[in-house]
Design a protein around this ligand. Structure first.
Ligand code: PA5
Length: 463
């Protein structure tokens, strides 16, 4: 598998007291093995299901069949979802077809992916104005089948589609949701939408390799078979005991140590690739929601969390690196590098006679990008800032599938090391419940009352 993890710049030998010593790492080896066993138990018991996703050949085949059936009938895939029901598909599309503003012209043979993951009316209405209903295929994705953002945008898009297509609109809608809960499945059955299901034991942010990510990916023309093949190969490595082979476990242990022993409470995910930029946003959700927890598994208050920040190299060298070099040493940097680019971006030879230009001529953008990544790691190391690097041989379906699976395993292992439940998200739920109350959803009146009390308190405090 062409993914390497280089953690030498997390060592005391490289970053002094902010790093991890050989002794500390050696003593913690048992922590890694316990985490591996603990997570294995969760998967074996059926509580957690994402490791099985790359092996669901029938699901992949069914999605591919559906994509082949509708191929050529649309130039836009409109995905309506939020959080784990949107970020994965967007990350896959950016990685495998190129960053959104510079993708090729869209057509029925190269459909674009429009992800409606917000309820900003200017965004949603602007998107509708840019799409043609007769050439749009709608994917509505919600595990709970009850998310206010997804439900509201879907009602608008549904009406827009029905106004143009009448009864045929239903044949242009695919619902991806839980089979046995939530109102989306009820509506889908009533209206006769095509449906794909998500297993109950796969959480939203761990669902990119389920139909939640695979349906929009396949409809956009991505090779989902290669994607899951790469993820399957990585899964096999993620169950190995050897830290040399199991990069996910090694990375989890290193991040655990630098976080808990050296107090690095912020992790900067720093891809040096616009194609991996979408994945940095997907990763932010994965890391933040999984590892930001009030209580541990023994119900003791722990208030754990490492704030994930997304930075893009080289762009953010010119906006963030001043802070990273000279500000508080409270961060660990995880660079995501790419060895081979699909096009190296040759810079033409130049004889301007000007120093700032002529040395660049005849070289490549790929070389410059990687030189800047290496230079930034060296500069951070020189000022005692712990950093590590994931290096992908290339950004293709197999490597992307493997890297996604690696990060999900790493997150799960780190949850075990911290003794927290990385798979729930109570903190997200309260805001969702207040929204139901505020928007007048039946059965949520108590939450509306609680919100009114909060406003009353605010009023009093401002007197
Ligand atoms: O990881 C999670 O479970 C959440 O962040 C969800 O993905 C997000 O809240 C969207 O939920 P749903 O798919 O039910 O609309």
């Amino acid at each position: 598998m062409g993914i390497q993890f280089d953690a030498i710049n997390l060592s005391t030998a490289m970053v002094g007291e902010h790093g991890i010593s050989k002794g500390e790492r050696k003593r913690a080896a048992a922590v890694a093995q316990q985490a591996l066993k603990g997570f294995h138990r969760l998967v074996d018991s059926g509580e957690i299901g994402f490791p099985h996703l790359p092996f669901r050949n029938q699901t992949v085949a069914a999605i591919k069949r559906y994509a082949a059936e509708v191929k050529g009938s649309y130039d836009t895939v409109c995905l309506i979802g939020i959080g784990g029901s949107a970020l994965g598909a967007w990350a896959l599309d950016c990685a495998l077809r190129g960053p959104h503003p510079v993708q090729g012209a869209f057509s029925t043979s190269f459909p674009r992916l429009v992800v409606l993951d917000n309820v900003d009316p200017s965004f949603v209405m602007g998107a509708l104005a840019s799409m043609q209903p007769k050439k749009t295929l709608v994917v509505v994705a919600a595990k709970s089948g009850a998310t206010a953002e997804t439900g509201s945008v879907f009602l608008i898009v549904k009406q827009w589609l029905e106004a143009a297509l009448g009864r045929k609109a239903a044949s242009r809608i695919v619902a991806v949701t839980s089979e046995n809960r939530g109102d989306l499945i009820v509506l889908a059955k009533q209206e006769g939408y095509r449906t794909f299901f998500l297993d109950e034991n796969v959480g939203g942010r761990f669902s990119v390799l389920s139909p939640i990510g695979l349906v929009p990916a396949a409809l956009a023309g991505l090779d989902i078979a290669k994607l899951v093949k790469g993820a399957a190969e990585m899964t096999a490595l993620c169950w190995k005991e050897s830290l040399d082979e199991n990069i996910a476990l090694r990375a989890a242990l290193d991040h655990f140590l630098v976080w808990t022993l050296r107090g690095k409470t912020i992790q900067v995910a720093f891809p040096y690739s616009n194609r991996l930029w979408g994945m940095a946003f997907w990763f932010r959700q994965l890391w933040a929601e999984s590892l930001g927890k009030k209580t541990d598994r023994n119900n003791a208050d722990v208030y754990f969390g490492q704030t994930p920040v997304a930075a893009l190299g080289t762009t953010d060298q010119h906006s963030q690196v001043q802070l990273y070099m000279e500000g508080p040493n409270d961060k660990v940097f995880t660079f995501w590098g790419v060895e081979k680019f699909s096009d190296s971006g040759k810079i033409p030879k130049s004889k301007t006679g000007l120093d700032a230009f002529d040395y660049l001529g005849g070289q490549t953008l790929a070389k410059l990008l990687n030189a800047e990544r290496k230079a930034t790691t060296a500069a951070l190391t020189a000022t005692g800032r712990p950093n590590c690097t994931f290096l992908l041989e290339r950004v293709d379906a197999a490597h992307v599938g493997a890297f996604l699976q690696l990060m999900m395993f790493e997150t799960a292992f780190l949850g075990e090391m911290l003794n927290i439940n990385a798979f729930n998200q109570e903190g997200v739920e309260l805001g969702k419940k207040y929204t139901f109350g505020l928007m007048g959803r039946k059965g949520w009146e108590k939450l509306a009352g609680e919100y009114a009390a909060y406003e009353g308190k605010q009023k009093k405090a401002s007197e």
